[in-house]
Design a protein around this ligand. Structure first.
Ligand code: HEC
Ligand code: HEC
Length: 315
């Protein structure tokens, strides 16, 4: 009898590859819309044409532009006007601390955001000043000089106090750009900050109540509670999350989640944070994987030798 094993082997491999390269990607493309990355270029936003002066920007931020009426800038000694829960009660969400905004967000995005928040954040379908539905962040209408120069000054100030863009860490990126809306239970992150390890249950419950109060305001503001992101990197994958951050509307038309305007580097750090959260054993598994592969190869050699020996006398 002719040896049929090579033929069987080839058939199994061929069907496996067919499923892997044709059937699975096809099914996937039918179920999920593919959105190309725009490389975080924000091509729809006008280019920045002015060079800002940080010192003038600082005066505007605390003065005419009143940013510090809503935002803390703790790095420059400017505290928040209210605690997170009260702020969410007032604005729907806690306006983030701007200490590192100059490094986290794209400069074009920041310039547009300051003049027209709903436009930069791509939530004009929800907030329309003409219909009396104002975005909770008041637009800066200028302080008497040329507005584009004043906006450039504000951005220059934010950049001057921020860490260097390459120093943005995963934690910093996530907590600033996403943390006011999304909890990450696996990292003990809540919308009002990391939950400390309390000594008494009473304190722990008091903290939980604050989180619930915050979430109530946030739910009213967003129309639904933004999901806990602990496992999203696994269920959706990196490409989805990255393009979703870049432009939520491209995936979910009409969604309340704003385009947050992060730079490509900040987005990478956000993904890194989510990877660490969703997969705490990531590094360990990669290392184990290699050992398992080596084991399988050695095992296969022994199996083959053993098979040969068993069949030798029968042929
Ligand atoms: C102002 C609040 C807000 C911010 C800030 C925000 N999100 Fe969201 N996010 C939402 C809301 C609301 C939803 C639910 C969207 C829906 O179902 O329409 C959502 C949904 C999501 C989803 C789920 C999408 C899906 O397929 O169901 C992911 C993933 C996500 N956000 C990631 C992020 C990341 C990463 C950041 C930071 C870069 C971020 N979000 C910042 C409000 C926010
Ligand atoms: C009346 C209150 C208010 C004022 C004044 C205000 N903001 Fe905001 N800002 C908010 C709120 C609320 C949010 C969060 C909106 C959201 O997540 O939907 C926000 C968000 C932001 C963000 C984060 C945007 C993102 O993409 O995640 C930045 C940066 C910012 N503001 C900068 C500024 C600067 C700079 C000024 C001054 C020129 C300013 N804000 C003035 C309320 C305010």
């Amino acid at each position: 009898m002719k040896n049929k094993e090579p033929l069987i082997f080839i058939i199994v491999v061929a069907f496996t590859l067919l499923t892997y390269w044709l059937v699975e990607p096809f099914a996937h493309s039918q179920m999920h819309k593919h959105v190309e990355s725009e490389k975080f270029a924000y091509a729809d936003l006008p280019a920045v044409t002015k060079t800002g002066v940080a010192a003038t920007g600082k005066e505007l931020v605390t003065g005419a532009a009143a940013c510090t009426g809503c935002h803390a800038i703790t790095k420059d000694g400017l505290p928040a006007a209210m605690d997170a829960v009260t702020a969410a009660g007032t604005y729907g969400v806690n306006p983030p601390d701007l200490s590192n905004a100059g490094a986290l967000y794209d400069a074009k995005f920041l310039s547009d955001l300051i003049k027209n928040p709903a436009h930069a954040l791509k939530v004009e379908h929800k907030f329309d000043a003409a219909k009396g539905k104002m975005h909770p962040m008041t637009p800066f209408a200028g302080a008497g000089g040329e507005i584009d120069q004043e906006v450039a000054d504000i951005v220059a100030y934010l950049q001057s106090i921020a860490v260097k863009p390459e120093e943005v860490t995963p934690k910093m990126a996530f907590e600033n750009a996403c943390g006011r809306c999304h909890a990450v239970g696996y990292e003990k992150w809540t919308q009002i900050g990391e939950k400390p390890a309390f000594k008494f249950q009473k304190e722990s419950l008091a903290f939980d109540i604050k989180v619930l109060e915050y979430q109530e305001s946030l739910t009213k503001y967003m129309g639904k509670l933004p999901p806990d992101l602990s496992m999203y990197i696994r269920s959706r994958g990196e490409h989805f999350i990255s393009t979703f951050i870049e432009n939520p509307q491209a995936h979910l038309e009409g969604t309340a989640m704003p385009r947050v305007g992060v730079t490509a580097h900040t987005a990478e750090k956000v993904i890194e944070y989510l990877e660490d959260a969703g997969d705490t054993k990531r590094a360990e598994r990669t290392a184990t994987g290699k050992n398992v592969m080596i084991f399988i190869v050695i095992f296969a050699i022994f199996a083959l030798l053993w098979k040969k020996q068993v069949w030798r006398d029968l042929h």
